[in-house]
Design a protein around this ligand. Structure first.
Ligand SMILES: Cc1cc2nc3c(=O)[nH]c(=O)nc-3n(C[C@H](O)[C@H](O)[C@H](O)COP(=O)(O)O)c2cc1C
Length: 173
């Protein structure tokens, strides 16, 4: 599967088979995330993979956005420990950085025959406690990962004529 194929084939997967995720596949996913661009190459991120069934259940109990049982959850965390004072700018940059890492992981999962779903609906405080996160490291987004039970249909996407303009924005075209 080439990159463009993976981009268009990827779907948010919300139904998984019981198959586990191998160590090799997990490392491939994390390496893909860590290869993403980041503002100033600061890489203010930490990735925590949960595969232990008991801990997975605990994560799920804190994350109503996970609607079926994944083989793993990857927690994308922002690392604010090297904060240089301009906290708001750093927060904004980290959002972009983690978004890029998210998409790299989802595309790598697609390539490996796995599937993932970003999950923004979770209890950040509870998760930080469960994962033993030190002060300055905050969970920002989860990715539920597993082998897809099926690939859902592509949900409606906005037509390009509504969201794409050449050269300048055009009103009412
Ligand atoms: C930041 C973010 C948070 C999301 N949170 C959830 C979530 O909590 N639960 C869920 O089932 N899907 C979640 N999604 C997945 C979106 O619903 C999904 O990307 C969207 O419906 C488009 O479908 P597609 O990914 O197959 O293109 C989230 C996606 C993003 C980017």
């Amino acid at each position: 599967m080439n990159t463009l194929e993976a981009i268009h084939y990827r779907r948010s997967i919300r139904a998984f088979t019981p198959d586990p995720i191998s160590d090799d596949d997990l490392i491939t996913l994390i390496q893909a995330g860590a290869a993403a661009p980041s503002a100033g190459n600061a890489q203010r991120w930490v990735f925590i993979a949960v595969r232990n069934p008991k801990r997975l259940l605990a994560v799920q109990s804190l994350a109503p956005g996970i609607i079926s049982k994944p083989a793993a959850v990857i927690v994308l965390c922002a690392d604010f420990r090297q904060d240089d004072g301009s906290r708001e700018a750093i927060r904004e940059a980290i959002g972009y950085d983690l978004g890029a890492a998210l998409q790299n992981i989802l595309l790598a999962a697609t390539e490996l025959g796995l599937g993932g779903c970003p999950v923004g609906s979770f209890n950040a405080q509870g998760l930080a406690h469960l994962l033993n996160l030190p002060a300055g490291i905050e969970p920002k987004l989860l990715i539920a990962i597993g082998k897809p039970k099926f690939i859902p249909q592509k949900p409606p996407k906005k037509p390009l004529e509504d969201i794409f303009f050449e050269e300048t924005y055009q009103v009412g075209s």
